[in-house]
Design a protein around this ligand. Structure first.
Ligand code: S3P
Length: 172
């Protein structure tokens, strides 16, 4: 059983810019669960923005913190958790999510991702680089991991509520 009746958290994974946080909030509302964003929780725990965590501790330091924060959030009880795009790529973090949660991969065409990240380009992995090139490279590397999620939905166009509807159907 992979639905919320089992008391599992629902963890949204997928590329940056795909809409995990927006969709997660809507989904949590529909399910009557709390919503949390792992990036926000990491910033709160570290007391600094993600860009500064990357600067001071490197990506691997960020990944360690990300895994610890996600483990804590899962342990707190069932909720909807939006993760940063790299969380499910880390073997330990992915194993943790796979064991204890229902994972949902939200996927979209590259054009959609490029458009969405361009609206708010504060991601350390994109700073000073061509977002299309980085996202193309990351998507190729990450798809084998994302495809291990329990549920796969697309969010290319149309309202986020439609993606939420697809997730609800898959959970039913
Ligand atoms: C990252 C995605 C970001 C954030 C960090 C690293 C990634 O989250 O965790 O900048 O590796 O894809 P979003 O997916 O919410 O942008």
């Amino acid at each position: 059983v992979t639905n919320t009746a089992s008391g599992r958290s629902i963890v949204l994974v997928g590329m940056m810019g795909v809409g995990k946080s927006t969709i997660g909030k809507l989904l949590a509302g529909k399910l009557g669960l709390d919503f949390v964003d792992s990036d926000e929780q990491i910033e709160a725990a570290a007391g600094m923005p993600i860009s500064e965590i990357f600067d001071r501790f490197g990506e691997s330091g960020f990944r360690d913190g990300e895994r610890r924060v996600i483990a804590r959030l899962i342990g707190e009880g069932p909720k909807v958790i939006a993760t940063g795009g790299g969380a499910f790529i880390n073997d330990e973090t992915r194993a943790l999510i796979k064991e204890q949660c229902t994972s949902v991969w939200i996927d979209a065409d590259l054009d959609v991702l490029v458009e969405r990240v361009s609206r708010r380009n504060n991601r350390p992995l994109l700073v000073g680089r061509n977002p299309r090139e980085v996202l193309t490279e990351l998507a190729a590397k990450r798809t084998p991991c994302y495809s291990q999620a329990d549920i796969h939905v697309r969010s290319d166009s149309g309202p986020h509520s439609r993606t939420v509807g697809q997730i609800l159907e898959a959970l039913a």
